[in-house]
Design a protein around this ligand. Structure first.
Ligand code: ADP
Length: 394
């Protein structure tokens, strides 16, 4: 029976999972999928690593409550059936939105860890509760299974204090009103891959642009975070699929005075802004590229412009630039967006090899060009699986 690690990424209505088989101490992805529609009409989907569907079940159970616990129980049951008992889950790794100032590394979960992570809920009310619900469900169902929490904020800890500041009273900084940064597991994955792909450049000044449905950029020196565009929340920085990106706080004051409640503002800023809000067409870059609507073009113009501005700003934070890396759904797959971003960066001596860019190759700048430009896949789940395996084998 082969040991396996399950990686969970729990959201308010979904449980994304990846399952890794441990073969000679190496981790091999065997299944990836999700339970969607938790709380309404749950659907289970599982795929193999090449994207072939292994299972697609509408409403695995509609009898009674179907929450994170039921979703995890269903996954374990499905794994048992699908692998006919040939696989034994030995640990569960979780993506956790916020680790605050204390959790700067992946951490084995125990009741004390849960209590400390619960104190961080007010900082990320939309994400941390789902992450904790999944952790508690696993604990309830399979108390003997070791669990590990990996934090989206951890990669950004330990950088210069000045980069963490908001222009607010110091007492508020100490209370947690600071620029934490997110997408840390993605940047950790990119830093690790880039060290393997281009070790001579990876020790230098690198900007990674994680452009997905959520987007941010991170400036790294020698693989460590120097600064990043997301701040106190995952709203700051570049505009995203449905999130606003950087916003003058005066706008919020104005809306509050117009009678907007916190809930309505939250809905606006997280779900109705960004590419969707500007275009009124879609949050998906592919739809906007295909659209003939003028506002779809404007939404993309704004997206590209803000990315270019952030690259300029992060280059200043780094004191120069040796490499620019694109990653995540848009960054890995959209030659046109990469080309449009880079077209405004000639002043930085950034240039693209058009054929390499079109073919989504890894290095997409001309040979020996500095800064070099890259398209590298991110693997957040792989990072969580490795940490989980390493921690439970200590
Ligand atoms: P998440 O942040 O949810 O993990 P991803 O990193 O998978 O998201 O990115 C999803 C987004 O990537 C989609 O909303 C879509 O806009 C974009 N995307 C995926 N493939 C392409 C493509 N070929 N061209 C442009 N955008 C793409």
């Amino acid at each position: 029976m082969n040991p396996a690690i399950v990686v969970l990424n729990a959201g308010s209505s979904s449980l994304k999972f990846s399952v890794y088989e441990v073969v000679n101490d190496n981790l091999k992805l065997v299944v990836k999928g999700q339970v969607e529609g938790i709380g309404t009409s749950p659907k289970f989907r599982a795929k193999d690593p090449t994207g072939n569907t292994l299972a697609q079940t509408a409403s695995p159970s509609t009898k009674g409550k179907f929450g994170q616990a039921e979703a995890f129980a269903y996954l374990l049951q499905w794994l048992l059936q699908h692998f006919q008992g040939a696989m034994k889950v030995i640990g569960v790794g979780h993506r956790v939105a916020h680790g605050g100032a204390d959790f700067i590394e992946p951490t084995r979960i125990d009741p004390d860890t849960i209590a400390r992570l619960e104190k961080l809920v007010p900082l990320v009310p939309l994400h941390q509760p789902s992450n904790l619900a999944a952790i508690k469900s696993v604990m309830r169902l399979r108390a003997e299974l070791p669990q590990v929490a990996c934090f989206d904020t951890a990669f950004h800890q330990g950088r210069a204090r000045v980069t963490e500041r908001l222009g607010l009273p110091d007492a508020m900084f100490r209370e947690g009103l600071r620029r934490w940064g997110f997408h840390g597991l993605s940047y950790e994955s990119i830093a690790k891959s880039f060290r393997q792909i281009a070790p001579d450049i990876a020790h230098g000044r690198v900007i990674a642009a994680h452009l997905g449905s959520g987007s941010s950029l991170c400036a790294m020196n020698n693989g460590r975070c120097v600064d990043t565009t997301m701040g106190f929340s995952a709203l700051d920085g570049v505009p995203m699929g449905t999130r606003c990106g950087t916003l003058d706080p005066g706008v919020l004051l104005y809306l509050v005075r117009q009678g907007w409640t916190a809930e309505r503002l939250e809905d606006l800023l997280y779900k109705k802004s960004g590419l969707l809000g500007i275009s009124g067409v879609s949050n998906d870059v592919r739809d906007l590229l295909a659209s003939t609507e003028a506002l779809a073009a404007e939404a993309l113009d704004y997206f590209v412009y803000r990315i270019q501005r952030e690259i300029g700003s992060l280059t200043a934070a780094l004191g120069g630039l040796d490499a620019l890396i694109f990653t995540a759904g848009v960054g890995e797959n959209s030659p046109i967006i990469r080309q449009r971003v880079c077209a405004g960066l000639a002043w930085l001596h950034i240039d693209l090899d058009a054929d390499a860019n079109r073919a989504n190759q890894r290095c997409i700048s001309p040979k020996d060009q500095t800064p070099s430009v890259w398209a590298i896949p991110t693997d957040e789940e792989g990072v969580i699986a490795s940490h989980t395996f390493a921690l439970i084998h200590r």
